[in-house]
Design a binder for this molecule. Structure first.
Ligand code: PLP
Length: 468
């Protein structure tokens, strides 16, 4: 018996007992292993479903172009559907996603446009905005928008949910999953709760995403948004596919735990999976530890593992990458405030104002031997000046010394909360301008750069405690 095309091999993925990572719990813990799909992720399910919905609605016509903003996996699912059905694909993605994901999309014949991660969703450069613009500019094209497209959650309602119900013979009691668009958790949970309203759904969110706080408060808090490394999960928007009413509890996981559990799934369970799988597993362990008393041998907990480890060979499965982010040591999780406390006595950051002339700013920087300054007006950080910006300005306009700093400055250096974890700090420092500011109690600012992080990592916590 054969399949007529690759799309027919999507779904019906195995449900496999976790024998090592969840040994300490009395219940049965099972993993839904989604890398068995032909595009190696759970998103194959929604790729074909969204394409067929667009065909039914007359939005996609023969020879048409599929446009989507994707962290990589949805793109692979759509590319498979496009190949089987004869469409062209253009995908926008962000520079945070691993190179392997972009390579896979290109290998499947798609055009890929990489956009910056560190811009607001409504910024014209964001991968959401570029996808929308491309739809307007490309004849006979459709932007499928997995965030708000009901065919996304519907695909899980029709496939992932029924599979879990059948594979556990209706005995599933807990369903634990991460959420990006929310399609997986919402569609699957809706089906499972229709079969048995007592099924408990636990969402898992990376620190830096808005979902966890929104679940508990129904408040969209911009302050929850900061860069993190775990790919594919968590959001800086509220996707329409995310139905919080179907979720019973939510836990938050650090990048470090996501990466550590991703590797543990590979080494201890033989499941060579991606980062969001480690995050879901870390969240499951966290939740089961906190709710241990409520768990019995009759409970069946299912954790969703969305994709494959092959997409993260240059990251989570690369020792240098892991070491650079501090994920391989057993160092405690420092905060920005602790790192700053290691250099007590140092003055607050030198800054310039946007109304000063560029010439004055250059003189101040060279007097003090600094290569980068924030631009601060009153108490507000409005921009930054670096040697690169100054050089480019002077090259294009030799008379620029007389210009106001405000007319040439670059984007502001981000201001971070004192409680920010070190690993999230390193994610900030990887992006331009490679520095962050911390507001001090006196109202001034301290600047933190890569060299502070290096000093913190190489001196160690004990010395920090002595100097503080
Ligand atoms: C690797 C990975 N895991 C999990 C998810 C989240 O799934 P959903 O978008 O259905 O919430 C995604 C979504 O892009 C993903 O790429």
């Amino acid at each position: 018996m054969w399949s007529e095309n690759i799309l027919e091999t999507i779904g019906n993925t195995p449900l496999v007992r976790l024998n090592s990572l969840a040994r300490q719990f009395p219940c049965t813990v099972l993993a839904k292993v989604e890398f068995f799909n032909p595009g190696a992720s759970i998103k194959d399910r929604i790729g074909v479903a969204m394409v067929e919905a667009a065909e039914r609605e007359g939005k996609l016509k023969p020879g048409g172009t599929i446009i989507e903003g994707t962290s990589g996996n949805t793109g692979a699912g759509l590319a498979l559907a496009a190949i089987a059905k004869g469409y062209h694909c253009i995908f926008t993605t962000t520079d945070k996603q691993s190179q392997e994901k972009v390579d896979v999309l290109r290998a499947l014949g798609a055009e890929v446009i990489v956009c910056p991660t560190a811009v607001a969703p409504d910024d014209p450069r964001s991968y959401y905005s570029v996808a929308r613009r491309l739809e307007k500019e490309t004849p006979n094209s459709v932007y499928l928008n997995q965030y708000d497209n009901p065919a996304n959650a519907e695909a899980h309602y029709r496939s992932t949910g029924p599979e879990l119900w059948e594979q556990t013979e209706g005995r599933i009691t807990h369903y634990i999953a991460g959420a990006g668009t929310g399609g997986t958790i919402s569609g699957t949970s809706r089906y499972l709760k229709e079969q048995n309203p007592d099924v408990q759904v636990i969402g898992v969110d990376p620190f830096g995403s808005v979902y966890h706080k929104y679940f508990f408060t129904r408040e969209f808090d911009q302050k929850e948004i900061y860069p993190y490394l775990t790919e594919g999960v968590g959001e800086d928007i509220l996707a329409k596919n995310m139905d919080f009413d179907l979720v019973d509890d939510y836990v938050q996981v650090t990048d470090r735990d996501s990466m550590v559990y991703t590797r543990r799934l590979a080494r201890e369970e033989g499941m060579f999976v991606g980062q969001s799988c480690g995050m879901a597993m870390a969240g499951a362990v966290q939740w089961m530890e906190a709710n241990r008393e409520s768990l019995t041998a009759d409970h069946i907990v299912v954790v969703v593992l969305p994709d494959s480890g092959f997409r993260y060979l240059s990251k989570t499965y690369n020792d240098s990458w892991m070491r650079n982010h501090g994920f391989l040591s057993d160092r405690p999780e420092w905060t920005v405030a602790e790192i700053v406390s290691m250099r007590r006595g140092e003055p607050e950051v030198l800054a310039v104002s946007s109304t000063e002339t560029l010439g004055d700013a250059i003189d101040m920087m060279s007097r003090n031997g600094i290569s980068q300054v924030p631009v601060i007006d009153g108490e507000e950080v409005v921009g930054s000046l670096s040697e690169t910006v100054i050089l480019n300005t002077l090259l294009s306009d030799p008379d620029a010394r007389g210009s106001a700093v405000g007319s040439v400055m670059a984007a502001a250096i981000p201001v971070v909360p004192p409680s920010l974890h070190l690993e999230h700090l390193s994610a900030y420092l990887e992006q331009e301008p490679g520095a962050v500011l911390l507001k001090s109690e006196s109202g001034g600012f301290r600047i933190i750069t890569k060299s502070d992080l290096i000093r913190a990592l190489s001196t160690g916590k004990s010395e920090a405690a002595i100097s503080a």
